[in-house]
Structures are given as structure tokens and as C-alpha cells.
Ligand binder design. Sequence first.
Ligand code: HEM
Length: 558
Amino acid sequence: IYTLSSLVNNIHKAKVIGLPYTLTPIHELERWAYVTDPILRWFSRPYLLRGEGWPRWARFMIKDWHYEDKGRAHREYGSLFVVVSPGGLICYVADSHAALQINTKRRAFVKPPDKMKMLEPFGPNIGSTDGDLWKVHSRVASPSFDDYTQKLVWTETRRHTSMLVSQWSASHEFAFEKGVYSLTMDVMGTVSFGQQAAQNNDKGGHLPKGHRLSLLGALRGVIMHLPHILLVPKAVLRCTWRKVYTAYTELDQYMDELLLQGSTDLGEGSDGIRSKQNLLKAILRSSKENEKRNPGVIGAKVSLTNQEIKGNLFIFLLAGYDTTANTIIYACVILALYPNIQSAIVDEVREFYKLGDTEATEKSSSEHLAMFPYLLGFMHEILRVFPVIIPIARQTVSAQQVATKSEGFDLESVTLPGGMDIVINNTAIHFSESYWPSPDVIDPRRWLVRNSHSFNPSKPLTSEQELDLQNRMFSTQGNKKGTFMTFGEGPRACLGRNFAKVEFVAFFSNLLQNHRLELQRGLNPKQVERDLRLLSGGSPVTLIPPHSVGVRLVPHEI
Ligand code: HEM
């Protein structure tokens, strides 16, 4: 009776909103969806492989159904619609104008508070907080992502890629995904905690006093078991999964020690040289500087506690490790499938090496990136077609009006009630013909013309586009806001987007210097591409390919 009356009540709420709505027994944000998701994914596989999307009755019960759906639901119900279940209502948005407002008005549309608590195993952070507290986190954390950090990312990524290339080229059947994951993890580790993360290992017996794992070992243990650390209460973890619990406590202890060391260095003034820093020290210093700058603000929070600094370092690891790894993995497979795109990137890489100052540390990260416009275009095209962060979720704090501008959508604005869940369907936006002509076609040149929305890879180029392509400039300036959402938009957009771009470019500029990527022998390219585009691995955190995809490194012909 309760379930039924909740459903009737929710239908009434949906009718008042006035948007098209549809019913489902369970929606994707409910706990029950953890049960329906694996069953329905397994059951729907044959439909997906036929290119028909989800069975209509099942789709809203599947977590992150949007990727495989590719905007079908929006073509059926409209660019904004509501899914109603006894458990609640979700408003799905695929209208760039509405998406932009929702992302820009951060005080009116907040991150769902109940889900954000989960992101605080080490402490509150920039990703989990909202309102005034977020502002303090943002003020302290943002300056740490400066040019020095990006340069560190550049050098560390190139160093780790060189090591990976020698391992991979020594063995034809290398563990491809594993290599990429360990690369992004090691880069995150050294950039966050300094060289200490790369030194001492668990096997060599040189563990620091009082530790059972190395810093990198603890980091790896935490990252590999993130879902358990985020979802299982610590007391339960301690009794049931000792190994994971140990990694968690060890990382906590390392961060405490590093913070203490960092504070002492700052106090003694021996930390004046920015070049000796890592993210941990940078954020500590930024927090102290904020405190000095605002001494008179009584009662107002201006700096972060050690707990909050740890929380932020954790969120950087969480947000930056497998997002970048999966972007690189999708990119490697697409390069193996599209030799023409790979050749254009190899040309760009060769131009770069001709300049002869590849490790030029005096160059800023933006100068490095400017040398790879096509590669950056390719990265954005990968992130458009494979948006590794699938949904962007928000909740209204009180009743909020949202204006819409989609073609064929009757309503000019709608009022969403307070406490309503909203999901911005970025896959639907990225596969909308009106924002991205011929959206299925992967073409990095979209990002090298002044107006990406007028570029149709299936049609001949206009003279203006030809001119733009000759000038070879990567830019998103002319693009309509709200049409590319993989890094989010507005004040809560990704803090590490430049970090990810530098890492991506540093990786491929090194990998493709002497080698090409090909599919492993025996794989059918059509089948590989079909699986990649039609299925996802159903990860709880980021979009991952449905199964391991073999690529191999082949030396360039001389
Ligand atoms: C390809 C790689 C990446 C993608 C696609 C990505 C995507 C995103 C998206 C979509 C958001 C906004 C979520 C929302 O609005 O709810 C976000 C936020 C964030 N990202 Fe990334 N990210 C990437 C890499 C990184 C890296 C490398 C770092 C750090 C080292 C990072 C740190 C963050 C942080 C701290 C936030 C929270 C910002 C805030 O709430 O104010 N990300 N990211």
C-alpha cells in the first residue's frame, strides 16, 4: 500500500511539473538498482549488440543506462523528461541551455548530499562539499593546479611512459590495460606525494619505520578497492577484509606523516622553493597563505584542517586516476582501429621531435599543449564519444525554474520542485545531431575549426573550415556552452582537466615516437569497434570498455 501510494504521489508531482514523464518500478539512483543493474545488463546484451539499445521496459532500472542508450530516450520523450518510480523522480536533461543553467547555479542545484558523504573516507573535500564550505575548498585547492604541477605531470608521465614502452616492446602480448592503470596511478602518486611515492617498495624490505606497506603499495591498495572503501563501513571492512583495511589505514598514516613534515618545512621556511613541491605541499602552503591573507575574518573559515587536506588528496586520486586511464585505453583502441587518425598524430609527434627540445622544462604546459592541436582534438573526440564520467547528478535545494531552448520542445521553461534529482545526460547531448553533426563519426578535425557545431565530417569542407584546418589551432572558444559535458561545466567543472590533457598528450607523444598501435592478431576490427561503442563494462565509477581489448606496439618502419 505504501509503495502504491508513493507511486501515485510521485505521478502527481510529475504531472504538476508538466514535463513528459514515464514510469518504472525502480530508478537507477535507488539502492535496488545495484541488484537490477547486473541482471538486466546480462539479459539485455543481445539487444545491445543488435544496435537497438536497451529494451524499453528495462532501461531506467540500469545504472548509467545513458551510455548505451545514445539519446534514444530523449528522442522518444523530449530533451527534458521525468522518470517516476515509487522511490522518487529523476529529471533527465539533454538540452544544452538547461544543462548549462543547472551546472552554473551551484547554490540552487547542488550535488546529491547523501551520495557525497560516500566520497569522504579521508575527510570532506572539494568534490563532496557544497555552498560556502566548497568555496573555501576551492580557494585553497585550485591554486595547487598551477603550471608547476602541470610540468610535473608532463615529466612524470613521459618518464613512466618510456618505462612502459620498453616493457611493452619487449613482449608482444603485453598486459595493456594493467600497464595504463599502473602508469596513471604512479603519475598521480608522484605528483600528489612526491618522489617518496615511487621509492621504497613492499618487496625490497626497505619500508619506513612503523609501516607495513610502502606508500605506493597503500595507494594501490586503496585505489584498487575504491568501491569497497567508499561503500563498506570501516568497522565492517576491518573485520572482513583486512588487506583493504590495512591499505586504507596505511595511506591515512602516510598522509599524516607527510602533512607533519610539510608543516615543519613551511614553519622553518625551508619550503620556499616551489620546485621541491608536490600537490600535498602545494595545498598545505595554499591553506596557510589563505589564513595569512585573511587574519581579521573572525569566525569565518578560510583555511583547511589536516583532515580536509587529506580528503582533497584522496579526491584527486579518485577523480584523476581511472578517468585518465580509461580515456587513454579508449584512445589506444580507436587509434588501432583508425590508422588515418593515428598517422595524423604520428606526423604531429614527429614535428615535435624535430624541434629537439622535448624535455624543455622552461616551456609552460600550455606551450607544450599548443604543439599538439590534432592530438588534443582527438582526446576531446574520444571524450565526446566515450564520456568517461557518464552522468552529472544534481539536486534542487528548493523549487527552481529552468529555461529550455531545444528544437521541437514545446515548453520554454519548467519549474522543478525542491529536493528533485536531476541527471544531465551527457551522452545524449554528445550524440545530438543538432550539436554535433554526424555524431557517430570520430573526427578530431571538429575541434580545429572555429565552430564545431557547423562541422559535418560526412560533408565537404567549407572554405572557412579549410582555412581553419590549415591554421591548426585547437579551440573550444566558438563552441556553444553545455554541448560538451565530459569535464562538466561552470564553477564545479573538473579541476584536473588540464592535468588530464597534459598527461594524455605526454603519454601519446612518447608512445608514438617510435611505435604504432595495432590490434592484436586474430581480432576482428568490426567486432571490436561494435562492442566498444554499443556496450560498457558497467563500472560503478567511470565508463570502461566491456572487456579487455588487445592492442600491440609495432615499431615504425624506417
Ligand atoms: C579525462 C579525465 C577526467 C575527466 C573526464 C573528468 C571529469 C570530471 C567531471 C565531469 C567533473 C564534474 C562532476 C560534476 O559536476 O558533478 C569533475 C570534477 C572534478 N575533477 Fe575531474 N575529470 C578528469 C580528470 C581529473 C584529474 C586528473 C583530476 C585531478 C588530478 C580531477 C579532479 C577533479 C576534481 C577535484 C573535481 C571536483 C571539482 C568540484 O567539485 O569543484 N579530474 N571531473
